[in-house]
Design a protein around this ligand. Sequence first.
Ligand code: PLP
Length: 427
Amino acid sequence: MKLDKTFQPSPTYALQLDAQDRLASFREAFIITDPNLIYLDGNSLGRMPRVAAEKAKQIVDEQWGRDLIRGWNKGWWDAPARVGDKIGQIIGAAKGQAIVCDTVSVNLYKLVMAALAYQPEKKRIVTDTMNFPSDLYILQGCVEQLGSRHEIIRIGSNDHELTPDLDALESAITEDTALVTLSHVLVKSGYLYDMKRITEMAHEKGALVLWDLSHSVGALPIALDDCNVDLAIGCTYKYLNGGPGAPAFLYVNKNIQEKISSPIWGWWGQNNPFAFGLDYEPAPGAARFLVGTQPMISLLTMEAALEPTLQAGIDSLRAKSILMTDYASFLTENWLAPFGFSLGSPLDSAKRGSHISIRHPEGYRINRALIEEMNVIPDFREPDNIRLGFAPLYTSFMEVWEGFDRIKRVMEEKKYEKYPKQRLAVT
Ligand SMILES: *Cc1c(COP(=O)(O)O)cnc(C)c1O
């Protein structure tokens, strides 16, 4: 379905879109305590699926409470691989390549160290300035630990951090490049990299590629195996709705699994942990990147939380997400532009994830007014981005319309003026 650009901005059109939405009933699968809240931050923390809430209770009461240590043989020990395979269905990974463990940042550390050790003679790491800061910090830490022999090249943008400079990227990837690592969807602008093309580009020069899927997984189709990706990491508490701090995942292509090694040799990554041998021998496959005991309550709750995504199917989710971000972009350009807003995301939906940024010099204060007075939750990213995330499983078109209507009211009534420019700790 395509957006009808002749419509007058009125709620009628949003209602019409909701009536035609085949995923509309998935909203019922989520706990929604305040129907008046316009929640546009599912790209930072997804809403809570009912099935996850029920499962969490069952895990605590029955598994932890009753099974105690016996739980390890009743589905706990193999959970990282089992849940990894379920996520594999969402990211285009055949079995045995994705595992769930630790955090995105820690998984990035493990895979970067492994990738740099794989081709120690190569000195270059290529990324971009629009990457998530934690990813850049982890890279800097890895370089320092390895004796500062590597050089990090950060590609910039020609259009105010909207789109990366792809020509610069191509020329930065040289024969001396060990690793190209990028966020699949950029955290601010929502720009979506062409995974296949960039991966090929890197492989032509013999570099490994590591994609951070945190802002794309659960929102759009990903084909890691088809794109021949080497390494990937991703988050489960955003579009996958796994809950705050739910463990992350990592992917290691089977072609490289036996050739690389984890920088942290823990017993969960050991070939035969219960032999309690004194010397480390890596487990076969991606499991060698496990370290120690995983947070079972959180991991198993997240496993249940995947159900709505698996049921809805990623292609349907993507189709709805495109329509939503098209609609939001249209409203930005037609409704909000007169108030000084500009669209901070690609107009072409093929180059965009499931969130958009709207930019305004007073963005920070507008964002606070939205949260504190208007019952709208976006988030703010420096210097002037208000990010609006559209989680297709539970966001309705009417909410998109209503969210924009409330932003318009903040501007008409200058509600933001009473807030200080001083930032709060979490924006
Ligand atoms: C959310 C996000 C992370 C989060 O990392 P944590 O280790 O879970 O705090 C990392 N990278 C990107 C691109 C993200 O969007």
